[in-house]
Design a protein around this ligand. Sequence first.
Ligand code: 5GP
Length: 129
Amino acid sequence: MASIFSKIIAGEIPCYKVAETNDFLAFLDINPNAKGHTLCIPKKEVDKLFDLDESTYDGLMKFSRTVAVAIEKAVPCKRVGMTVVGLEVPHAHVHLIPLNAMEDAQFIKKESLSSEDFETTAKAIASFL
Ligand code: 5GP
């Protein structure tokens, strides 16, 4: 069965898109640790990050760096952190999280955002790409 992220790639489930190439997609996490929390995924569906072929892995890291630089310009924060978990969605992904405190990296404190907040944030990040 296709992962929920493959359904997002196919346009079957909506997302707040930040960036897209032929091989990768970045969109806002629906239950963010902080405003601007973004997921970067390969369009190729593979469960675990380190099972990706080397070229896709390298491409995902490069893509994530580009998106992280844009997040840092668009969202006030001390820095952008990168985390890989994958316990919820079996489709390799990188979390890019604007950090102001250690709690922002801990997947405990969640930010409640309106759809307007999500839309404005996705557009703001995209404007720096
Ligand atoms: P992980 O698999 O790394 O443990 O967590 C998966 C992440 O994907 C979570 O932070 C969760 O909020 C996010 N997520 C799960 N389903 C969706 C979805 O349908 N849309 C979006 N934008 N994010 C999702």
